[in-house]
Design a protein around this ligand. Structure first.
Ligand SMILES: NC(=O)c1ccc[n+]([C@@H]2O[C@H](COP(=O)([O-])OP(=O)(O)OC[C@H]3O[C@@H](n4cnc5c(N)ncnc54)[C@H](OP(=O)(O)O)[C@@H]3O)[C@@H](O)[C@H]2O)c1
Length: 328
């Protein structure tokens, strides 16, 4: 097996990573680690690998050449830096880091170590987004004036849940908003201005936020993330000649409709049947094989841009993480 993976963090999303990796013929998860030895053992059994009790053993293992970091965000910087310094390539769950300063230091270390690192924003690698990109390239909408996107669900309300707790990087912007920022950037590129309003929970993390991005050409993106209400989870791209609607849930959408003025709407279907994470495994494999230290499809600069925008949104909302004080 060419790529032998160490999986760090064996909670909810780890199960999907097991399925995703299993679909690549040259990748397998050999070692797992989690703060909970039981969780690590369970995922190891599912993957046909072995759980390690000491993280140093995973980093020291000559067998491991790629690490997937699937822990809550506050631990990403330390784990990515240690993995890169140990000579491992890294795929790190979104959001990459709590803030820009952390993200920069992670990217710098990986680059200095000449190791591949990528933020796992799966939307970018889904065929539905590739298809959307192709459609947009032919500019069917004329000048695009507006992107609207939302992602929201009713999250558990217990204070200790990672989505609600600032110590675990809680908040709607970091967890869900990144997908709204992703589609806005995918369609409109880099923005010039940000205006954010929202509601915080008792612990000071955003449970509902709306942010408007302004672009040099006059376009706007109106984005919303929520841990409080179930929103439509749809994206609409409006231009002079019509609208593209990326249907629910827009970050893993099964399809989109192109509705041009005075023409019948055309539906593009790309259902993933819940197996969408696998495309990132193929992308990481492709990039490492080609000697890349970043994916040209989701660059380090893009990851840093998301971190910078989320810093600004949080600044306007009044959301602060402890690491903002020590890293910025
Ligand atoms: N791509 C997606 O669609 C998607 C979906 C969900 C989540 N995510 C991302 O994936 C990450 C994990 O989310 P999740 O929902 O899987 O969280 P989760 O269910 O809470 O699982 C996280 C696991 O990591 C363990 N852990 C915490 N800190 C650790 C450390 N320093 N070293 C090793 N293990 C550690 C936790 O152990 P304890 O419980 O003992 O603390 C827990 O078992 C987050 O960044 C999240 O944004 C992505």
């Amino acid at each position: 097996m060419k790529y032998t993976i160490g999986l760090i963090g064996c909670g909810g999303i780890a199960g999907t990573w097991l399925q995703a990796v299993a679909q690549h013929p040259e990748c397998r998860i050999a070692l797992t680690y989690d703060l909970s030895s039981q969780a690590a053992a369970q995922r190891a059994a599912e993957a046909g690998g072995r759980a390690v009790a000491d993280l140093d053993d995973l980093f020291a293992s000559a067998e491991i050449n790629l690490v997937i970091v699937a822990t809550p965000t506050p631990s990403h910087p330390e784990l990515v830096v240690r993995a890169a310094r140990a000579g491992k390539h890294v795929l790190c769950e979104k959001p990459f880091a709590l803030n820009l300063a952390e993200a920069k230091s992670m990217v710098r270390t990986a680059r200095d170590s000449k190791r591949f690192v990528m933020e796992a924003i799966w939307s970018r690698f889904l065929p539905v987004y590739a298809s959307l990109g192709e459609v947009l390239q032919s500019q069917p909408l004329g000048r695009i004036t507006r992107v609207e996107a939302d992602l929201g669900f009713v999250a558990p309300t217990d204070a200790g849940h990672r989505l609600n707790d600032p110590a675990l990087g809680g908040g709607s912007v970091l967890d869900l908003g990144i997908y709204c920022l992703h589609i806005a950037r995918f369609v409109l590129g880099g923005h010039e201005s940000v205006h954010a309003v929202g509601e915080l929970n008792d612990q000071g993390v955003d449970i509902d936020a709306t942010y408007t991005l302004g672009y040099a050409n006059g376009a706007t993106a109106v984005l919303r993330s929520s841990l409080k209400v179930a929103t439509p989870c749809v994206a609409t791209i409006t231009g002079e000649s019509g609208t593209i609607t990326v249907e629910r849930r827009m970050h893993v959408s099964p399809g989109f409709t192109v509705a041009l003025n005075d023409r019948a709407a055309v539906y593009h279907r790309h259902d993933e049947n819940g197996q969408g994470l696998r495309h990132q495994v193929f992308e990481v494999h492709r990039c490492i094989e080609q000697g890349f230290i970043e994916s040209p499809r989701l660059t380090h600069a893009e990851t840093l841009a998301y971190a910078e925008t989320m810093d600004e949104i949080r600044r306007q909302l009044g959301v602060r993480y402890a690491s903002d004080l020590t890293t910025s």
